[in-house]
Design a protein around this ligand. Sequence first.
Ligand SMILES: [Zn+2]
Length: 374
Amino acid sequence: MFGKRIKLFNLLGFEVRIDLSWIVIAILITWSLAAGLFTYLYHGLPPETYWLMGVAGALGLFGSIIFHEFCHSIVARGFGMPMKGITLFIFGGVAEMGDEPPTAKAEFWMAVVGPLSSLFIGGIFYLIYLYGREGGWPVPVNGVTRYLAWINALLAGFNLVPAFPLDGGRILRSILWGLRQNMRWATRVSSTIGSGFGIFLIIMGVLEVLRGNFIGGMWWFLIGMFLKTAAQQSYQQLVMRKALEGEQVRRFMNPNPVTVAAGTTLKELVDDYIYKYHYKMFPVMDNGKLVGCITTREVKEIPREDWPQHRVAEVASGCSENIIAPDTDATKALALMNQTGASRLLVVEQGRLVGIVTLKDLLGFLSLKVELEE
Ligand SMILES: [Zn+2]
């Protein structure tokens, strides 16, 4: 979901990061506030004042979103959930969770605090606005506080729509989960509403574009697409996690994997292994001991005509990032594949290669289990 991220600062132990996509949005928001909303609402100010107001409005929105996600994170931490930090991206912010909430109650409080925090901060901006208006503060200052009061109320409202994974959808899921004690069913219902709401926004977006409001329409369209995908993915991930949870890697591994002897030349490797088995990575063995991994990436670095002169042991690298223990949970194996992009992991016990586990095997098991138990 994320591209390149930049770490900003640490807030009480939570790392706050921005995704590069947010910078584009920050510029767009500043521009549409300066050249659009503020110019339309307040007449006769010097041009640079509109830009200052735009920057202040965007920064205020930025701070408000961090506050919203920070409140989610604090409550989550209170319930003992590991939190990975807060990331701001194109559609707002996320407090990244390492796992699903432990109980329905935990999820309810974690979710409900989001809209409440937006209402709270919006209320504070509204009071400042009222105070400033009575006290005759400069128009640009009142303009910005009024905008921040309004945008936070809007954020609270949007987040209360019961469309998973929006906060409102999480509140709905926690209530359903608490009622029936079935998290999977609760997730299915709330994520179905989530993708339904996504489709609704997509249609609204298309209608807006047809009516001539191109930018606004595109915006609704993109948010709709994002919500629909996020809703579907969260349900699939949950099903996957539930099916693989508690299953050890040992169950899925191939105990007799194809290995390459250290003395094999690169030419033999390519002809007899890579083109034969179509794997990108092979473990390299010397006298029954794992000495490294050879991948197509390393082969590519050597000119083709030199392949017969080099042995795999010379160019093989360590395989530390592709190694997993046999008693590891299959969900962890999947997470590691996801993280490193490797579709095959070496199962190693006390320095000895005992098997290889592949994404294909994990997914094959998963589809059988879902089919039989659904
Ligand atoms: Zn939220």
